[in-house]
Design a protein. Structure first.
Length: 272
């Protein structure tokens, strides 16, 4: 199945979904908000994100915005055959900025799209455009192919995550602590913990949110903000997926379980 390149604005309302194809989203003007499996934040003009297939993501646009979106099925020509090594870009979600050469290439892509061309299933012009962009991104971002791995200071990483839980945590922030590239850090992190960095951060967010739900009376909106979720809806969705019930139901069940049983003595009576 060929790739598809399209341009559109994102609505200001937050939406979320998953899909069975990979995706590149680049903000061409304005800004947008993206959260992919618990990581993300604001994406400004000439920045973008990599959304691997089957990764839930929340997104919205800020004001007047325009997005360039590449939908890339796993069997697309841009990711198979002589381009098969490019699929490594989608091993993990990540965010990136565009340098001047890539900005010029995007301007070329836009001019090609504006001219229009055969979009039938037998035409692979969009895949040719996509493959060039993916190859350029891969050269800049690298992939997790380092054979040697170093032990990471997880205690330090945990402290950093806890201190910045409400902020837009990215793999680059954690990699910087270890003085490694994002790709090498992700490789080491997965080897040491069995989780990708964004899965680990999401687990930390959920654990912190769960404790706050059970041990405080804070509104769920405040808990979502303090633990780094985009909004209460994102928090509730993550709870249902991980715990099988919403934060509200969890809190109600906990309160019920710790509420003392009524005294056997009538009100006002004195025991003993």
């Amino acid at each position: 199945m060929p790739s598809t390149i399209r341009q559109l604005p994102l609505a200001s309302a937050t939406h979320h979904h998953t899909h069975d194809f990979h995706q590149i989203v680049i903000t061409m003007s304005g800004s947008s908000e993206f959260e992919i499996e618990g990581l993300g934040g604001r994406v400004n003009a000439f920045s973008g994100c990599i959304v691997p297939a089957n990764h839930e993501h929340f997104y919205s646009g800020n004001g007047d915005n325009r997005q360039l979106i590449l939908d890339l099925p796993e069997d697309a020509p841009a990711l198979t055959g002589e381009n098969r090594e490019l699929v490594a870009l989608f091993d993990a979600p990540r965010f990136f900025g565009l340098d001047n050469p890539l900005r010029h290439y995007l301007a070329f892509m836009e001019s090609e799209l504006a001219q229009g061309f055969d979009t039938s299933t037998t035409s692979f012009q969009q895949d040719r455009l996509a493959a060039t962009l993916l190859g350029s991104l891969k050269a800049r971002l690298g992939t997790a192919t380092q054979s040697s791995q170093q032990r990471l200071d997880l205690a330090r990483i945990n402290r950093f995550i806890r201190q910045h839980l409400a902020e837009d945590l990215r793999v680059a922030d954690l990699a910087r602590l270890a003085c490694l590239s994002e790709a090498h850090f992700s490789d080491c992190f997965r080897a040491q913990t069995g989780l990708s960095p964004w899965q680990y951060v999401k687990r930390q967010r959920l654990n912190a949110a769960r404790q706050m739900v059970l041990q405080s009376r804070l509104p769920l909106t405040d808990i979502a903000i303090q633990t780094g979720f985009a909004n209460q809806s994102a928090l509730s969705h993550a709870f249902r997926r991980s715990y099988g019930l919403s934060p509200r139901k969890l809190r109600q069940g906990y309160v019920s379980s710790v509420t003392p049983s009524p005294s056997k003595h009538p009100v006002g009576s004195l025991a003993g």
